[in-house]
Design a protein around this ligand. Structure first.
Ligand SMILES: [Zn+2]
Length: 296
């Protein structure tokens, strides 16, 4: 079974409002302000999968700022997954309130409990409706700190309560600039993993390079429940990264991901098949690992 762990979908109604959303949604504008950045529907994901004989794909949400859009896109993702006969697996986004990142400040002393209850209720409802994970989150673009915040505690609570992996965008602290590079500093990702041990974290884009620090014993221990996806790999690293990261954290921690519609499933799969992996490694990375993680 071939499973893509990270593809993006948007409701056609949201894509139609693209220009308008660019003005109000900072994280969205960072990536989709480029007219060449494609937005796809669930049907387009299914067509791309069919062409490449991919069996299942995790469709992920985005780091929206507005609660209405978080709700609208979550509903679309859940609904499209439900009608796909298991081919699409839904990951949902979380709205943390107007003052995300400001919790704990004196002037918002009353806010956290109210916001917390609301977030808990929504996450419970989403999990009951079929959500299998949370993400793709971009904590820094969304204004909160994954290292130490109410938001981080809430995420960890939801992950544990409903058995939901948390998919976070991660990016390299060095190297070339690109749209969407900002999203999560490596030290915040590490701090979250340390503070919330046991929470299953999927660190996108090879975890921004965090696996390279796995030679430090304390890092290896902290990232014990962390998986690394290969989304956008061809734009970031030499193909050799597969072998190097396997040596550092093991093939069982790597999840094949297309980042569709950034690239088609067939192209993404071809690149991974060209990475000189053993049959067992390839089978684990392109489906076995995520199937085990989500008990598929
Ligand atoms: Zn990402």
């Amino acid at each position: 079974m071939i499973i893509d762990s990270h593809a993006h979908v948007f409701p056609p109604e949201v894509t139609a409002r693209r220009a308008e959303l660019l003005a109000d949604e900072p994280a969205f504008a960072e990536i989709y302000g480029d007219a060449a950045a494609k937005m796809a529907t669930a049907d387009e994901v299914l067509a791309s999968m069919a062409e490449a004989a991919v069996d299942r794909t995790i469709i992920v949400n985005f780091a929206w700022h507005s609660e209405a859009i978080v709700d609208e896109t979550n509903a679309y993702i859940i609904e499209q997954a439900a009608r796909s006969g298991g081919r699409l697996i839904p990951f949902v986004s979380v709205y943390f309130g107007e003052n995300a990142g400001a919790h704990g400040r004196a002037e918002t002393d009353d806010a956290p409990a109210i916001v917390r209850n609301d977030v808990r209720t929504k996450l419970r409802r989403l999990a009951t409706s079929g959500a299998r994970g949370i993400g793709e989150l971009r904590p820094e673009s969304s204004g909160y700190n994954l290292a130490n915040s109410d938001e981080a505690d809430l995420l960890a609570w939801a992950a544990a309560a409903f058995d939901l992996p948390v998919l976070v965008h991660a990016s390299e602290p060095v190297g070339h600039a690109y749209r969407g590079k900002h999203g999560l500093a490596l030290d915040a990702l590490y701090a979250f993993a340390r503070a919330q041990s046991g929470v299953t974290i999927i660190a996108a884009h090879w975890g921004g390079g965090l696996p390279f620090f796995a030679l430090m014993p304390e890092v290896r221990e902290a990232i014990d429940s962390m998986y690394f996806d290969t989304a956008a790999s061809h734009l970031l690293y030499d193909p050799e990264i597969y072998r190097r990261v396997i040596d550092l954290v093991g093939a069982e921690k790597i999840l094949w991901a297309s980042d569709y519609p950034l690239t088609s499933h067939s192209k993404a799969l071809e690149r991974t098949r060209d990475a000189a992996l053993t049959d067992a490694e390839l089978a684990a990375i392109t489906g076995g690992n995520i199937a085990r993680l989500l008990s598929l």
